[in-house]
Design a protein around this ligand. Structure first.
Ligand code: C2E
Ligand code: CA
Ligand code: CA
Length: 753
């Protein structure tokens, strides 16, 4: 705010007691006006010009001499001011061409020419011509004096004050400009990804800030703790471009190295006459240092701005490092350093929309039995093994490949079909991997997708590869499978069935049938197996062989299985009420159900709620299921046994249970698979497996039952071999509860007859 106008004071008694310096009338003004203060005198009275220059001419202010610019009318001043720059002070006459020509000129200077920094001192001959207060405030007039007032000493102090204020304004404006530039620079820098980009952005911004060309190099100090002090070049500019991707040593680039070392050691910027080194304190990580050649030594303001800039940028560099780190964690597998699933999907999307698409193949590489290797040899060993597999996939297939790790033991290879094919990939697993001097033989199963035939996104391609992999795994180990569109159709069909099954369950289209099991010697029923049925509204039956896997896959089996369990238990109770006291109920339990954490609870509750006696309930689990996760199974079976129910191994003979393993399982009964019953022809060879199972049962003290007995001959042979129990169409087909009740009564009658 300009000072309020006080009544014009008279200072006539002021004495010109200044000591004037020796006159240097010939001394030319310093070119470029940087080192002088330029004062413009605008007055139509020539005497005022000469007295003013005489009064101020030889004085230094703030260590700089004055330089005068003269205008003798407002009009001339206008013209001059259009081209003059860096005028610090204007001594302006109010009354010239017109009474208020000076005031108009002020408006022109401030508003039209937009010169805000220059200080203006108004002078008038007559005290009555004082301008309005508003004009003084609005036009930022810094002083107003009558000419008579301006004695030499008064003039000197007035102009000195104006120059000081001009200097301050310039400094503030410079630093404000600089700060704006820093803010701008920071925003620009934040938009750059990666430490390298950020670092070269920093060099550019410093050059901008100093208003000079950028010749410089930015380094990061590696491992500052162990004294090795390697200066790794992160970015270069101008004449230092040749240093890109190098490490500075104190031989070849000694002056840069020394300057940087000094800066890092002192942890502050160093300003030399023709170079500066800037220090960026990495708070979260490493320290950075920049070396820049400069054409001129930075001013005090430059230095202060650079300090602000450096601390700003240090935070930025830290952030960029952090973000880079996070980026890596989000897109790369930490163990193998390979792209992870997220990154792979991005790469796949890019490939699918690029020219390489038609010839590209995607292959999932699933290591067989890796979990067992991991368990047996330890996780650290497993990790090393995975890294070795990653390395082999990366180096031995040749060409431009993407290798990713998308799951614990699942890798992914993407590239040209001439490289990415089963023969090439599986060949990599022919030789063992040598880990810690130990040879490990691995095999892998592949699921492949030809991208040229693929419709859809990268994520879809990965899903298709997974479907193909599942198919390959279900068929044979160490094999491969290409995804085909018909598999997609099959999948859609399965999804459709999944929905239909859910609806069917909700609408009571499912029911349980019972297939009697009989004592071969007496041919009397001893129990029944509960089997699930699904009849669609149009009367069609869908085989449980089709819908049970879907129920398992979708998880519906948990609810479905519980419902079967409860229905069968209730039926058992009903049968007992009808007089069939020694009747067993066998219930199939799927692996998914069995693994469910609440299985035991569900079982206990079904028994309790229905009142079914556990000693007449048997659970059938398949042999293949018995072979997986032996420890878990042994524990589970022990707990199930405590509820009082018994356990049968279904489809026995199809798996490869070892005798010693069977002995550890708490089971009660073996169920000879239908396939071996069908084989029984009477010849020794045909019945050999059935015979073996029967013997095994006898040796282990287990009951044995044969299923799928279709003719009398089979029944007789089985009985002759020592199999006491059987189930099959020969005796009865699965039937509804009502039918079973009737069948049992008839049978009972027949038996009684
Ligand atoms: P499974 O447990 O081996 O059931 C025996 C299957 O053999 C039944 O087929 C039965 O109808 C059939 N069968 C019985 N006697 C004969 C015969 O003499 N000749 C022939 N050719 N077949 C005979 P189903 O009912 O189609 O069941 C197929 C499979 O579905 C069952 O095999 C079982 O694994 C599964 N399943 C059925 N119901 C359930 C259930 O409630 N829960 C679970 N988890 N699985 C079930
Ligand atoms: Ca069964
Ligand atoms: Ca069976």
């Amino acid at each position: 705010m300009p000072p309020p106008i006080t009544p014009l004071e008279q200072s006539k008694d002021d004495h010109d007691d200044l000591v004037f310096l020796e006159e240097h009338p010939a001394a030319p003004a310093v070119a470029g006006a940087r080192n002088v203060w330029r004062v413009m005198i605008i007055d139509d009275d020539e005497d005022v010009h000469s007295t003013t220059t005489f009064a101020l001419g030889n004085l230094d202010m703030q260590q700089r001499p004055l330089e005068f610019v003269h205008a003798y009318s407002a009009g001339q001043a206008r013209e001059l001011l259009k081209h003059e720059s860096e005028i610090a002070v204007i001594l302006l006459d109010v009354v010239m061409e017109q009474d208020d020509a000076g005031l108009h000129l002020v408006r022109y200077i401030r508003e039209t020419l937009n010169l805000a920094d220059v200080r203006i001192i108004l002078r008038t001959g007559q005290p009555g011509y004082a301008p309005e207060i508003d004009a003084i405030r609005d036009f930022d007039i810094n002083d107003y004096k009558t000419k008579s007032e301006l004695t030499r000493i008064k003039l000197f102090t007035t102009v000195t004050a104006a120059i000081r204020s001009y200097e301050q304004i310039r400094k503030i404006n410079d630093s404000r400009r600089g700060l704006n530039q820093i803010v701008h620079a920071s925003t620009q820098l934040m938009a750059l990804h990666g430490v390298q980009n950020f670092a070269s952005g920093v060099l550019t911004q410093i050059a901008d800030l100093l208003g000079q060309d950028s010749n410089g190099v930015l380094c990061v100090q590696e491992c500052p703790d162990d004294g090795c002090h390697e200066l790794m070049v992160m970015a270069t500019a101008g004449s230092y471009r040749h240093l890109d991707n190098t490490t500075l040593c104190n031989v070849e680039h000694k002056h840069i190295y020394d300057a940087m070392e000094l800066t890092l050691g002192q942890r502050r910027n160093v300003y030399g006459p023709d170079f500066i080194t800037l220090y960026f304190a990495g708070k979260a990580s490493r320290d950075f240092v920049a070396y820049l050649e400069v054409g001129r030594a930075p001013t005090e303001i430059d230095e202060r701005l650079l300090e602000v800039f450096c601390s700003n940028v240090a935070v930025g560099l830290d952030n960029v490092e952090l973000v880079t780190h996070l980026h890596n964690a989000a897109f790369y597998d930490q163990l193998s350093k390979l792209p992870n699933r997220t990154r792979l999907v991005e790469i796949l999307d890019a490939t699918l929309s690029g020219p390489a698409r038609d010839d590209a193949t995607l292959s999932l590489v699933d290591l067989d039995h890796f979990a067992e290797t991991n368990d047996a040899l330890g996780h650290q060993f497993g990790d090393t093994l995975l890294v070795a597999v990653a390395g082999r996939l990366q180096t031995q297939l040749g060409g431009q490949l993407t290798v990713a790790r998308i799951g614990g033991d699942i890798f992914c290879v993407l590239g040209d079909s001439s490289q990415v094919n089963p023969a090439n990939i599986l060949a990599l697993f022919q030789h063992p991997f040598s880990i810690d001097g130990q040879d490990v033989q691995l095999s892998a199963t592949l699921g492949l997708v030809r991208l040229g035939e693929h419709e859809g996104s990268g994520a879809d391609a990965l899903k298709d590869a997974d479907i193909a992999l599942k198919r390959a795994k279900s068929q044979q180990r160490a094999g491969h499978f290409y995804f085909s569109r018909s598999m997609g159709v099959e999948i859609r069909e399965r999804v459709r069935m999944m929905h239909a099954l859910r609806t069917a369950f909700g609408q009571n289209q499912l029911f349980v049938v019972y297939q009697p099991q009989i004592d071969l010697a007496t041919r009397r029923p001893v129990g029944a197996e509960a089997l699930l049925r699904w009849q669609t509204p149009d009367g069609k039956f869908i085989s449980p062989d089709r819908f049970i896997p879907i129920a398992e896959y979708s998880g519906l089996i948990i609810d479905l299985g519980e419902w079967v369990m409860r229905t069968a238990c209730r039926e058992l109770v009903d049968l007992r009420k009808a007089g069939h006291q020694n009747f067993m109920m066998s219930i199939n339990v799927s692996q998914v159900q069995f693994r469910h954490p609440h299985f035991l609870e569900m079982l206990r509750k079904a028994l309790e709620d229905t009142g079914a006696p556990p000693e007449f309930v048997e659970l059938e689990i398949t042999e293949s299921m018995a072979m997986e996760e032996p420890d878990l199974l042994i524990k589970m079976l022990a707990q199930i046994k405590q509820t009082g129910v018994s356990i049968a191994i279904d489809d026995f003979g199809t798996g490869f249970s070892s005798l010693s393993y069977l002995q550890r399982l708490q089971i009660d009964r073996l169920k000879i698979d239908r396939a071996f019953v069908t084989e029984i022809t009477g010849s020794a060879r045909g019945s050999s497996i059935a015979e073996m199972v029967i013997q095994l049962g006898r040796n282990l003290g287990l009951a044995v039952i044969a299923e799928g007995v279709e003719d009398e001959r089979q029944a007789q042979i089985l009985q002759a071999l020592g199999c006491p129990l059987a189930q099959g169409f020969l005796f009865a087909r699965p039937m509804t509860a009502t039918a079973l009740n009737g069948w049992l009564s008839n049978d009972a009658l027949e038996g009684a007859a």
